[in-house]
Design a binder for this molecule. Structure first.
Ligand code: NAP
Length: 289
C-alpha cells in the first residue's frame, strides 16, 4: 500500500507512538491514513523511547503541545508514574496505559487495548464474555489489558498461563482483588485445555510472531475448546490459528483488535469516531496484501 501523502504547516497537530522496538509499528500508517481521509491537519510519528526516558518524552508532549501519544512495549506500566490523571477506574486498576491525551498540558491516561479486544471478539466471533470461561496465555502488558477487560465484562472463570509462572500468579492475584465474583487462577501451563470446558483461548504472548514459532498451546488438547483469538497480527495466520481452523473452531487474529484499539485512541484525541474502526481495518487489510 502507498503511504498517505501528508502536507504539514505551522498549525499541524502532532501525535505519535513511543516504545522500543517501535519501527515495525503499523500505528503511523493507520492514523495518518485517517487524518488524510478526514482532511485533518495532523501527523502521527513513531519515536524510539526507552523506559528510563519516558518521563522526559512525556514532558515533551506537554512542552511541544502534542495532541497525544500511544505507548507500546515496554512503556505501558511505567506510564502510570508520569500521567496527571487516569479517568477510567478499570484503566487505573489494570495498571497499563496505551493512550495518552494532552488536555491543556494535563496528561490523561487510558487503556484502549482491553475494550479493543472486546470489540473485536464481538464483531469477528460474535463472542461476549458474560458468564464465560477463558484461558489467557501470557502475563505481559497485553494480557493484563485483556484479563481486566474480560473480567470487567463479566467472565465467570479465567485461567492465566505464562512461561514465567510468577508473572501469571502476580496477575491472577492482582485481578482477584478487583473481581471477587470471577474465579481466577494462575496455571503452570495450558494443560487445563484438556481438562476443562473453555469458551475462549486468548493468545496474548509473543509466541507466534515468527513463522518458525510453535503453537503456544498443544492443539491435541483443543477438544473441549470453543473459540480462539490470537492477539498477534503481524503474520496473517499463526500456527495456533491454523490448528484451530483445522478443527473447525471460530478463530481470528489480532488485526481487528489493532484497528479497534487505534480507533478508540483516535476518538479520544479528535472526537471523531464514526466509521473510523471500519476505515482503519480497511487500511490494515490493504497493508497486509
Ligand atoms: P510483553 O509485555 O512483552 O509480554 C510478552 C508475553 O509473551 C509475556 O507473557 C512473555 O512471557 C510471553 N512470551 C514471549 N515469548 C514467548 C515464548 N517464546 N513462549 C511463550 N511465551 C512467550 O508484550 P505485550 O505487549 O503483552 O504483547 C504480547 C503480544 O500481543 C505481541 O505479539 C503483541 O504484538 C500483541 N499485541 C497485539 C495487540 C493488538 O491490538 N492486536 C495489542 C497489544 C499487543 P514471559 O513473562 O515469560 O516473558
Amino acid at each position: 500500500m502507498s503511504e498517505a501523502r501528508l502536507t504539514t504547516n505551522a498549525s499541524t497537530r502532532l501525535y505519535g507512538i513511543f516504545g522500543s522496538p517501535v519501527r515495525h509499528s503499523l500505528s503511523p500508517t493507520l492514523h495518518n491514513a485517517l487524518f488524510q481521509k478526514l482532511g485533518m491537519n495532523a501527523v502521527y510519528m513513531a519515536f524510539e523511547v526507552q523506559r528510563d526516558s519516558l518521563g522526559l518524552a512525556l514532558e515533551a508532549v506537554r512542552s511541544l503541545d502534542m495532541g497525544g501519544v500511544n505507548l507500546t512495549i515496554p512503556l505501558k506500566e511505567e506510564a502510570l508514574n508520569h500521567v496527571d490523571e487516569i479517568p477510567e477506574d478499570v484503566d487505573r486498576c489494570a495498571g497499563a496505559l496505551n493512550t495518552i491525551v494532552n488536555r491543556g498540558g494535563q496528561l490523561h491516561g487510558y487503556n484502549t487495548d482491553g475494550p479493543g479486544l472486546l470489540a473485536a471478539l464481538a464483531e469477528e466471533l460474535q463472542w461476549r464474555p458474560a458468564g464465560k470461561s477463558v484461558l489467557i496465555l501470557g502475563a505481559g502488558g497485553a494480557a493484563r489489558g485483556a484479563a481486566f477487560a474480560l473480567a470487567h465484562a463479566g467472565a465467570e472463570r479465567i485461567w492465566i498461563a505464562n512461561r514465567t509462572e510468577e508473572r501469571a500468579q502476580g496477575l491472577a492475584e492482582h485481578l482477584e482483588g478487583f473481581f471477587p465474583e470471577t474465579e481466577i487462577d494462575a496455571v503452570a501451563d495450558a494443560s487445563v485445555l484438556g481438562a476443562e470446558k473453555i469458551d475462549l483461548l486468548v493468545n496474548a504472548t509473543s509466541c507466534g510472531m515468527r513463522a518458525e514459532d510453535p503453537p503456544p498451546a498443544d492443539p491435541a488438547a483443543f477438544r473441549k475448546l470453543a473459540a480462539v483469538y490470537d492477539l498477534i497480527y503481524n503474520c496473517g495466520e499463526t500456527s495456533l490459528l491454523r490448528s484451530a481452523k483445522k478443527l473447525g473452531l471460530p478463530q481470528a487474529n489480532g488485526l481487528g483488535m489493532l484497528a479497534a484499539q487505534a480507533a478508540l485512541a483516535f476518538g479520544l484525541w479528535t472526537g471523531r469516531t464514526e466509521g473510523v474502526r471500519e476505515q482503519m481495518l480497511e487500511v490494515l487489510r490493504a497493508c497486509k496484501k
